[in-house]
Design a binder for this molecule. Structure first.
Ligand SMILES: [Zn+2]
Length: 368
């Protein structure tokens, strides 16, 4: 007896399949499954099924005063089954976040900020005494199933006079702890992007990759991607969108694509303000922006499922396959124009929208 049988699920490549779920996992996958199920969901032809959407850069510890939100309001209610909070908390407040996060329907993971209280103030890396490797290590040991990596924000307002030093400390913490995933936020200099990329290694995640700042990937005098950025991209540094209030620019994304450079993963950097007032709103809107830039839906979906799962070691997530978690997003592609706005007020009009209709987490179905 299955817990859930999904009939006639259309994947983005056009394949139509039945999917069987038991004990929160995918247990069967076939053209036609005849087994009995406690619950059966028969999908309409215009509904697509993908692995559950993963947003690898959000802020959802509701007790923070600056960057906060509620996991289910950015997760399950928006078609997102799994969120990774990107360093809102540090070693000294991540336990409180963990306790709260367990109450949400959405799967919540976290990157621990190398600064011990996370983003309580904007300048969490301006005082190096807040970076305590032993505290980070202890948090990693205490919450091994919650913390999936570390976060360092490397931009002017965050680091004060400390230059590249916080990133060097982050790399040391990473090296001392099984080379866990590291996400680095970029913005205005100092430090210079070139210094940051010189220290980052293959597999490290650069978030806010298509920001429109002078210290971004685009040389604004020639309108070409900087040579050292191409080098970093080719060496395997992960380029993550991290849209945010301030960090996604259409022109940068378009020029990169024209030169043959695509974001590796897509994420929102959502929190309550940019969710309610824009320009982020939700994951679907962020995806529409990459679609209008020229990415196909199939590659967009990879960048919010299999790729972030791999980058952050979520080995049971990101794929529709036997043995994987029963997390799915059901959505429609609707031919309807919509004006989209980036972080710098530039607009584009998409001719197609992506609209989540149901979110399934651990086999439980939620309507959108
Ligand atoms: Zn962020």
């Amino acid at each position: 007896m299955l817990d859930l049988l999904i009939k006639r699920a259309t994947l983005i490549d056009g394949t139509v399949l039945d999917v069987g779920v038991r004990d929160k996992q995918i247990v069967a996958l076939a053209k036609e499954i005849e087994e009995d199920a406690k619950e059966t969901l028969v999908l309409d032809e215009d509904v697509f099924l993908s692995a559950g959407w993963i947003d690898d850069h959000v802020h959802c510890f509701e007790k923070m005063n600056l960057y906060y939100d509620y996991p289910d309001q950015i997760g399950v209610e928006k078609g997102v089954t799994t969120v990774i909070d990107a360093g809102t908390t540090g070693a000294e407040n991540i336990h409180e976040f963990y306790e709260l996060a367990q109450q949400s329907k959405t799967n919540v993971y976290a990157l621990v900020n190398i600064s011990k209280w996370g983003i309580v103030e904007q300048d969490e890396l301006a005082d190096l005494s807040k970076i305590k490797e032993n505290l980070v290590r202890q948090a990693l040991l205490e919450l091994p199933d919650f913390i999936v990596g570390i976060k360092a924000r490397m931009s002017k307002t965050v680091i004060g006079e400390n230059g590249i030093t916080p990133l060097e400390l982050a790399k040391k913490i990473q090296a001392d702890n099984q080379h866990l995933p590291l996400m680095v936020h970029i913005g205005s200099a100092p430090p210079e992007l070139e210094e940051i990329l010189a220290i980052m290694e293959s597999g490290d995640v650069l978030t806010h990759c298509f920001n429109g700042k002078v210290n971004g990937i685009l040389d604004q005098t020639t309108d070409k991607i900087k040579a050292f950025v191409w080098e970093a991209y080719r060496k395997g540094i992960v380029f993550d969108i991290g849209h945010g209030t301030d960090s996604f620019n259409f022109q940068v994304a378009e020029i990169a694509l024209k030169e043959g450079m695509k974001a590796t993963s897509i994420s929102t950097d959502i929190y309550i303000k940019n969710r309610m007032n824009g320009p982020v709103y939700d994951m679907a809107t962020t995806l529409e922006k990459l679609f209008v830039v020229g990415y196909s839906w199939a590659e967009i979906l990879e960048k919010i499922t299999v790729i972030p799962a791999k980058n952050f070691g979520l080995s049971h997530k990101g794929k529709i396959d036997v043995g994987y978690d029963a997390d799915f997003t059901l959505f429609k592609l609707v031919d309807k124009e919509k004006e989209l706005t980036d972080s710098n007020g530039n607009t584009r009009v998409t001719t197609q929208q992506i609209q989540p209709v149901k979110t399934i987490i651990g086999g439980n179905i939620y309507d959108n």
